[in-house]
Ligand binder design. Structure first.
Ligand SMILES: C[S@@+](CC[C@H](N)C(=O)[O-])C[C@H]1O[C@@H](n2cnc3c(N)ncnc32)[C@H](O)[C@@H]1O
Length: 278
């Protein structure tokens, strides 16, 4: 199918998306942008990309819908087992040892770019399974995709979406319902979902762990750096950051320490209050 964007339209839409979200569309991804745009034109009844662009600049709600439409929301429960092994066998035991010397008995996690909720619910379930008595779990989860957040908040997944969930977790933390599974209310109460654009700070502090997996890959270097600095500022002086296995902070000017474990690699914040090395 012929492209609907000439070069200058492509640049306008690409710059708008980047400016609003950090998501970078390269020339290679032009056809993906065009197909998502075609769908928005059809749904909103706009005849030309020029009219639609003008509309986008004026209508904040449509801008949110448009940004949602250009996101990739692929996710699954227990995605990347090695990360959850690192979480369970290395990160949590280390944080618990540290917390013993304080009165803090909560593990606070942010799932940034949580998509339809499988990641934050996995985190909450694993914490409920392994934390010693007396500890509470707080998982905050955010995304720029309102449609994904609706699914996440409902916490209901068709049977094919729970493949990969270990049997004992399925029995303990889900309720079988119709042709799928509902996340148990005890898990749901530990997870809160919010619309949040990673371009901005979320104002949260004292996080023990941030998961931001398979999100930075859609950003360019500058947007990745802004996002990672927001994480640094939201995290406790001693805390951990998980990013996707195909993502890296290599070459980025941050103070995160690269930690290689028996299972997977993770980043650690150990000191300071700012992510910017001077
Ligand atoms: C591929 S999914 C990753 C989901 C989950 N973290 C995982 O690894 O399975 C990427 C998610 O990042 C979200 N995202 C992209 N840009 C974002 C931004 N600027 N702010 C917040 N979320 C964003 C997308 O909406 C999408 O749901």
């Amino acid at each position: 199918m012929a492209g609907i964007l000439n070069d200058s339209d492509f640049t306008r839409f690409r710059d708008l998306i980047y400016g609003e979200s950090g998501i970078h569309f390269s020339e290679t991804n032009r056809s993906i942008l065009e197909s998502r745009l075609r769908e928005r034109l059809r749904l909103t009844g706009h005849q030309s990309v020029g009219d639609y662009f003008t509309h986008l600049k004026r209508d904040g709600e449509e801008l949110k819908e448009f940004l949602d439409s250009v996101t990739t929301n692929l996710t699954r429960f227990f995605r990347n087992t090695a990360h959850f092994e690192t979480f369970e066998n290395f990160v949590i035991p280390d944080l618990i040892t540290r917390k013993k010397t304080s009165s803090d008995r909560q593990i606070r996690v942010w799932s940034a770019g949580c998509s339809t909720g499988e990641e934050p619910y996995t985190i909450a379930m694993v914490l409920m399974e392994i934390l010693p008595p007396g500890y509470s779990v707080k998982v905050i989860a955010s995304d720029i995709s309102l449609k994904s957040l609706m699914t996440a908040k409902a916490g209901y997944y068709p049977t094919q979406r729970v493949t990969g969930v270990p049997e004992r977790y399925l029995r303990k933390y889900f309720l079988e319902k119709d042709t799928g599974y509902q996340i148990h209310p005890d898990v749901m109460k530990n997870v809160t979902f919010d619309y949040h654009n990673l371009k901005h700070s979320n104002g949260v502090t004292s996080l023990d762990i941030v998961f931001c997996r398979n999100v930075l890959i859609y950003f360019d270097d500058a947007a990745q750096k802004v996002t990672v600095d927001h994480f640094w500022n939201a995290m406790s002086p001693y805390s951990y950051l998980f990013i996707g296995h195909s993502e890296s902070l290599f070459g980025m000017n941050t103070q995160f320490e690269f930690v290689r474990t028996d299972w997977a690699c993770v980043y650690r914040k150990t000191t300071g209050t700012t992510g910017v090395s001077r």
